[in-house]
Write a protein that binds this ligand. Sequence first.
Ligand SMILES: C[S@@+](CC[C@H](N)C(=O)[O-])C[C@H]1O[C@@H](n2cnc3c(N)ncnc32)[C@H](O)[C@@H]1O
Length: 291
Amino acid sequence: MDDPEVLMMQELLKIDVELSSTAANREEALCSKNVMRKQRNWERRIEAKKTKRKEEKERRKQNQQDKDVVGPQFSKRVIKAITKERLEEARTTGPRLCVDLGMTDCMSHKEISRLAGQIRRLYGCNKKAQKPFHLLLTDMKKDSLIYTECIRMNAGFLNYMIDVTEESWIDLFPSEDVVFLTPDASEALEEVDGDKVYILGGLVDESIQKKISYTRAKELGVHMMRLPIDEYMVKKTNSKNFHSKILAINQVFEILLTYRDTRSWTTSLSAGIPAGKGYIVPSEAVTDVSQ
Ligand SMILES: C[S@@+](CC[C@H](N)C(=O)[O-])C[C@H]1O[C@@H](n2cnc3c(N)ncnc32)[C@H](O)[C@@H]1O
């Protein structure tokens, strides 16, 4: 005969085992859901990396092809002499482009260092250009962090063929000659006019401070324009649904240089806007099979 107390104990133990096994099952299901989610994220990231690598490879290939059609290879000394001559000529004939360094107060030390790097890249593009711009760094105070960072980070900065001045562009040029480039302008740029002075806001957007350059240009009452991204490009669907028309100063400048060479916004925007910004020209949208 079974002892009723023992039977009760057995019953209780059974319930306990059942409960803990249901909890274990739930935990296991949750765990495998997490694993699957992580796996999906992982796969997505790998896929994005692959696409990016493919696009970069194609861009490099295109650049190489472009170089190949340029023609004869010159020695370094000759290239240096040609570059110097072109930059000197641009000082008198080229369209002027100022990087306005009068807004650095709203940036962190890290952002200012990044801006110094962008100035180096911008100058590097100008040196390589067939038709360079006359470059100016305005509102560049000698005791500012941006000046110190440019000297620290950019080898040979003091010998750059750029006009560096403590003055502001507003005191240097008649305001009717000025076009302030800002992503928030309503008017799109159609031409790069040799008689105009183009202004780029010396800003780096890590903390995404909106409309700083727009507000400055508006306060100073000068003409504002944006790159014609809406006119020549379409949004590319991407997993993060991310689309941005805000570019770094060197990227905007590279687009202007390519436009001067090609007279094609489609060519210059598609070459100059990084894939991660979520915009492509419509012809690429037709052939884009990665989506
Ligand atoms: C990183 S952006 C700064 C964006 C910032 N939020 C602002 O207040 O304009 C640096 C500069 O590049 C130029 N820029 C960037 N994207 C542009 C666009 N789509 N069209 C025209 N200029 C642009 C502007 O001169 C801008 O001040």
